[in-house]
Design a protein around this ligand. Structure first.
Ligand code: FDM
Length: 213
């Protein structure tokens, strides 16, 4: 479909606690959009290559890092992919991204790092591409924990996830953008202050699918 090719792709971000269903919903959204003949790819952060190798080792408890250092590595991991993301979007490919800067804030602040220091619009994230749409997959802590139990990774513990949920709650009335736009992708620095008042798109995981009615 030529019309769909002429526009740039949309940057769609899925956020939520571990085990909230992001992987399944990404897959459903991917196949729905493919069915509509959009050019679409499914991505995730952290991308466990490049800087991501250090992140992966940290998450699996094979290495220790200062909380600020790992926070910045997660950010660097997004910067490593920025130009490729932009190229894909500009060539008309929609990206469905499992976790982005919001995870950076939610998880690091849950560890006790200052919320303001971590914030999406602080320097280290400013200039990254701003999503056109953010879905927060809302799930209760108990339900998330029930889903096959948490694995062995560093953050997969009920008490910690509880703090992450609280951090996400603070973020939902911060910089989440809902409108799908076309033209050049905007950057975090360009998000007007009024966007802060916009509500995040809260999608219950119990709903059948992200885009099918
Ligand atoms: N995570 C993810 C962060 O702490 N900061 C970030 O910026 C990002 C993108 O990494 F516990 C955390 C969230 C999660 C862990 O994510 C690995 P996946 O989705 O389980 O791979």
């Amino acid at each position: 479909n030529d019309l769909k090719k002429d526009s740039r792709g949309a940057l769609i971000v899925l956020e939520g606690l571990d085990r909230c269903g992001k992987t399944s919903q990404s897959a459903r959204l991917l196949s729905s959009l493919e069915g509509l003949r959009y050019s679409v790819e499914s991505w995730r952060f952290p991308d466990r290559t490049g800087v991501g190798l250090m992140i992966s080792s940290y998450l699996s408890n094979q290495s220790q890092l200062d909380d600020h250092a790992i926070h910045l590595l997660f950010s660097a991991n997004r910067w490593e992919k920025r130009s490729l993301m932009e190229a894909k979007l500009m060539s008309g490919t929609t990206l469905i991204v499992d976790r982005y800067s919001y995870s950076g804030v939610a998880f690091s602040s849950a560890k006790g790092l200052d919320f303001q220091w971590c914030k999406v619009k602080k320097k280290n994230e400013v200039g990254l591409l701003a999503p056109d749409l953010v879905f927060y997959l809302d799930i209760s802590l108990e339900k998330a924990a029930e889903r096959g139990g948490y694995g062995g990774e560093r953050y997969e513990q009920l008490e910690f996830q509880k703090k992450v949920a609280e951090s996400y709650k603070k973020l939902t009335d911060a910089s989440w953008k809902e409108k799908v736009t076309y033209g050049s992708p905007s950057c975090f620095s360009e998000i007007p202050a009024t966007v802060e008042e916009k509500e995040a798109a809260v999608m219950s995981v119990n709903e059948a699918s992200l885009i099918e009615k």
